[in-house]
Design a protein around this ligand. Structure first.
Ligand SMILES: [Zn+2]
Length: 216
């Protein structure tokens, strides 16, 4: 089965990708892992990405597309794969379609995890981190034993700037604007499936499998 996953930051897409990959026995291919792999191997693509990132730029489509093409040439994708973090734009989606056609294959589904923005803001703005050991808590979902202090060494917890409600809300609005054309692309193709991203990771997985016509 060939899947792509879409979902706003904080929706648990990465977790779902891992769970689905293990359930469907296909590789989970994330753009982050691809970048790190090329960097570690010191490939030309890796060096290009490194230079772009160091200058604070955005990795252009042709570089990301080339990495995806390279990754999908490996034998482990024979039984299918799950793409996480790619495509990000309708242009990348069109490239992926061409690539799949050239491989004699076809995308099965684009799964989009849907969660109300308020809920995501709530989820993310409740995060508290330990500046010393990096442990992450949540004020309601995963509180430390003593409010405001790290369980490990008692360091006062902080809220990272990235987790502040207004930052989260702004990033979500940006995500919606960027993802709308991508969702439209897959919706027009008839391959978009929306899955509610609320509930436990296992509940979300069960819904996704049902939507994909798989039973456990
Ligand atoms: Zn700590």
């Amino acid at each position: 089965m060939i899947l792509i996953l879409l979902g706003p930051p904080g929706a648990g897409k990465g977790t779902q990708a891992k769970l689905l990959a293990s359930e469907l026995r296909v590789p989970h291919i994330s753009t982050g892992d691809m970048f790190r792999d090329h960097k570690a191997r010191g490939t030309e693509l890796g060096k290009t990405v490194d230079a772009i990132m160091a200058s604070g730029g955005l990795v252009p489509d042709d570089v990301t597309n080339a990495m995806v093409k390279d990754r999908l040439a490996r034998p482990d994708v024979g039984g299918g794969f799950i793409l996480d973090g790619y495509p990000r734009t309708a242009a990348q989606a069109a490239y992926l379609d061409q690539l799949l056609v050239a491989m004699g294959r076809k995308l099965d589904r684009a799964v989009s995890y849907e969660i109300a923005q308020e809920l995501l803001v709530d989820r993310m703005s409740g995060r508290r981190s330990c500046p010393k050991c990096g442990a992450v808590y949540h004020v309601t979902a995963n509180p430390p034993r003593q409010a405001g202090t790290c369980d490990r060494e008692g360091t006062p917890l902080v809220q990272r700037d990235d987790d502040k409600a207004e930052t989260v809300a702004r990033r979500l609005t940006e995500y919606e604007a960027k993802t709308a054309p991508l969702k439209r692309y897959y919706s027009e193709q008839g391959s978009l499936s929306e899955v509610p991203g609320t509930g436990t990771p296992d509940q979300v997985l069960a819904t996704a499998l049902r939507v994909l016509g798989r039973t456990r």
